[in-house]
Design a protein around this ligand. Structure first.
Ligand code: ADP
Ligand code: ZN
Length: 726
């Protein structure tokens, strides 16, 4: 009966990248079912396409719109509020609505990816018999012993995907009659049992903060609460009690955390507190698992979400609270593709539209958020003290120029740091060494013509990786053998290595302390799905004295026996020509330093630098965020940088530099009423064979620029970019 067309029409946004919505007629039979946000199948030319209903209307400007084929869902895929949010994002971030909808209706939902069955592992024998078996296996089959040990800790069974085990290890234990395998389809997360933790009795500062938040939850009112509290000041405890308040009112809650701190340690802390099912959303979950979680949220079966940036778009029902942990973290910003949205800001907008409060929290709030608190847009709550008796660490700055002179040559370790490491080995405490560069050497460079060996696809020197024995590009992943002679001047034997990375530090440490046990965590050692987690677990289990790593080690993790943090060479970051670089370095240093001495043991932080008198390092050493904030804010005010203006960055890429410049110049001319800054090559002027040119616009209000920006073709438009340089 599809020919019986009703009097209503719909605008449908197809999933494929068409810039405009298309009009379709609605068959009589479907007319009363149609709602904005529903998924539909429609004809396009001679094929069938999927899309989302964007609007319902009574007339169409098209002569004879074709009817839609069928509805793919009986309810809208996204709520009215989320539609509003999508429209706002589309407008503010100058991105077509269907591109924005990809965030709200992710690929697993578009393609209806179903969750495959999961494997649940349980003990076959009794608890005691299993313990006996573990002891017997320990010597010859350590992997089997470890696995059985992990299963033993989960009385109701544990998902195979939650463990770092191979199928053969599982098979071996099944064969030995020690394990049973069951197939299930639920997300399974609620199955595990934990010793429930009780809410802690809050101290005065925590109590004051929580009651302010609770009153906004109970009033169902938008309010942005900024918690500024050092690591260990009890922010997470406040989140948990605030979440409980929302759940008690039958509301749901979303907590965003940086991808890297979304580890089992974080999640288990929440599972141990809440009897509720928790949806954990991040990119390591399969599409099917994500579909299930999304479905359960839509049905209101799950009310608590912990996830990375994209969890912000999940269909949580009756939302009562949003939390953005480590709100300053750069992973909340999407920079590589449009919409280039700032997840923190979108979260604030969602809370606003949902009429619920939002908590933004950090030990080093972003200048923007802290300023919003200063001008009264956000409520500021300060937690001055650590919640337990743990002391803040002592921080020493070491002048590396002097250290090298004393050492009569290059070393990674000043005497002070070497002694401090030695002491940790002797006392059985642990140390973290932080260096923001991976690989062995930063580059290979020619002594006679001074050119480095560069990536053939990118504007970047290749780093030497010793374990892989190759040169690698940290932008595109290109890999090639070591160079024997200079490709530019063809000089022989002229190539030298320059600069050091984590691999080199690890080797040097073994040279200095022959018996030291080390672990390394950087992009090279964490390529496998769970390896990040695995390294942390090994370190926590004290299988190493020192963990060497890049910024990956800075976040979220709690190591009770780490009492020393060494920061090697933060100088490179000081030199980045970007208005946010000092802020990011201050945040990173404070965060890394915060890893020291979290339990009963006092912590010590040693910063090694060639610029020991740099004011930023002094402020980081003193852990003086207020001083840092005041200074940074004055600098921003002077140059009229955010929060005193908004920046918009337009990036143009093309296979040749000429084309890229030309595109940029054309757009620059079009936008001349906005007085754009000059066109320049991007910080990485070439990436993956594409040349990149860019320019910036500085405006008081983004809205002023939007009408003109909408006319621009072929640019990546980044509103409120993280970096003006890269
Ligand atoms: P943050 O999130 O600010 O780093 P946490 O909430 O993780 O801080 O708190 C740090 C430690 O202090 C945790 O072990 C936590 O259980 C404990 N803690 C937090 N609040 C209290 C409290 N009111 N009383 C006792 N211990 C607390
Ligand atoms: Zn490259």
């Amino acid at each position: 009966m599809e020919s019986l067309v009703s009097e209503i029409f719909v605008e449908v946004l197809l999933d494929q990248n068409l810039s405009k919505a298309l009009d379709y007629a609605v068959p009589q039979a479907l007319a009363h079912l149609i709602q904005v946000g529903m998924r539909v199948e429609v004809p396009l030319k001679s094929s069938v396409k999927k899309g989302t209903i964007a609007q319902i209307k009574s007339t169409s400007n098209w002569p004879n719109p074709k009817p839609i084929f069928q509805l793919l869902s009986s309810t809208p895929e996204i709520s009215d509020t989320l539609w509003k949010l999508a429209h706002w994002m589309s407008h503010y971030y100058c991105t077509p609505l269907q591109r924005v909808l990809k965030c709200f209706i992710p690929v697993n939902i578009r393609k209806k990816v179903q969750q495959k069955t999961q494997i649940l592992l349980k003990l076959k024998q009794t608890h005691d018999a299993s313990i006996l078996a573990i002891t017997q296996l320990r010597g010859r089959f350590p992997l089997q012993a470890d696995l059985l040990d992990r299963v033993l800790q989960h009385p109701k069974g544990v998902l195979f995907t939650e463990l770092n085990a191979s199928r053969s290890t599982v098979a071996a234990l099944v064969k030995k009659n020690l394990l049973v395998v069951e197939k299930i389809t639920s997300s399974g997360l609620e199955e595990e049992e934990f010793f429930a933790t009780q809410p802690k009795t809050l101290n005065t500062e925590q109590t004051r903060t929580l009651s302010a938040i609770q009153s906004s939850i109970q009033a169902r009112q938008f309010a942005a609460h900024l918690i500024y509290g050092v690591t260990g000041s009890g922010k997470t405890e406040i989140y948990m009690q605030a979440i409980q308040t929302a759940l008690d009112q039958n509301q749901s809650a979303i907590m965003l955390v940086p991808e890297i701190s979304l580890t089992s340690q974080t999640i288990e802390r929440f599972r141990a507190r809440f009897a509720q099912k928790i949806a954990v959303l991040h990119h390591r979950r399969s599409l099917g698992e994500r579909s299930t979680a999304w479905e359960e949220l839509r049905k209101g079966e799950t009310k608590l979400v912990i996830g990375a940036r994209s969890a912000l778009f999940c269909p949580a029902q009756n939302l009562g609270l949003i939390i953005v942990d480590e709100e300053h973290d750069s992973s909340y910003k999407q920079s590589d593709e449009m919409p280039c949205y700032q997840g923190r800001d979108v979260a604030v907008m969602r809370a606003h539209l949902e009429h619920c409060p939002i908590i933004l929290a950090s030990a080093t709030p972003s200048i923007e958020s802290r300023y919003n608190a200063q001008i009264g847009k956000y409520q500021l709550h300060t937690l001055e003290a650590r919640a337990t008796s743990a002391q803040l660490p002592t921080v020493t700055i070491i002048d590396m120029a002097q250290a090298l002179e004393r050492n009569k040559g290059f070393t990674h370790f000043s005497d002070e740091l070497a002694r401090a490491i030695q002491k940790r080995i002797e006392t059985g405490e642990q140390a973290l060494l932080f260096l923001n560069r991976r690989g062995y050497h930063r580059m290979q460079i020619c002594q006679s013509c001074h050119s480095p060996i560069k990536c053939p696809h990118c504007d970047l020197s290749l780093a030497f990786h010793r374990e892989a024995n190759s040169l690698q590009c940290h932008l595109c992943g290109h890999e090639q053998p070591l160079a024997r002679h200079c490709p530019h001047c063809h000089a022989n034997e002229s190539l030298q290595f320059k600069g050091f990375g984590t691999e080199h530090v690890e080797r040097a440490l073994h040279a200095l302390f022959p018996n030291i046990r080390t672990l390394r965590m950087d992009k090279d050692t964490t390529t496998k799905k769970e390896s990040h987690e695995e390294i942390f677990q090994q370190f926590r289990a004290h299988k190493a004295d020192v963990l060497i790593g890049t910024q990956m080690i800075a976040k979220g993790f709690h190591f009770p026996s780490v009492t020393l943090v060494g920061i090697l060479n933060p100088d490179a970051t000081l030199a980045i020509p970007d208005f946010r670089a000092p802020e990011q370095l201050f945040q990173l240093l404070t965060q890394v330093a915060g890893r020291a001495g979290r339990a009963e043991l006092a912590g010590e932080v040693i910063i090694q630098t060639f610029s020991p008198h740099h004011p930023l390092l002094a402020m980081a050493a003193a852990q003086d965020y207020p001083a840092f904030y005041n200074q940074a804010l004055e600098e921003r005010r002077l140059f009229k940088y955010p929060p005193f203006s908004h920046l918009i960055k337009l990036v143009f890429s093309a296979p040749t530099a000429e084309e890229a410049v030309e595109k940029a110049k054309a757009a620059h001319k079009q936008l001349s009423p906005l007085s754009p800054l000059p066109v320049s090559p991007a910080g990485h002027a070439k990436v993956k064979d594409l040349f990149r040119f860019q320019f910036l616009i500085q405006v008081d209000k983004v809205g002023l620029a939007i009408p003109l920006l909408k006319e621009i073709q072929g640019a990546k438009i980044d509103v409120d970019p993280l970096s003006t340089y890269f």
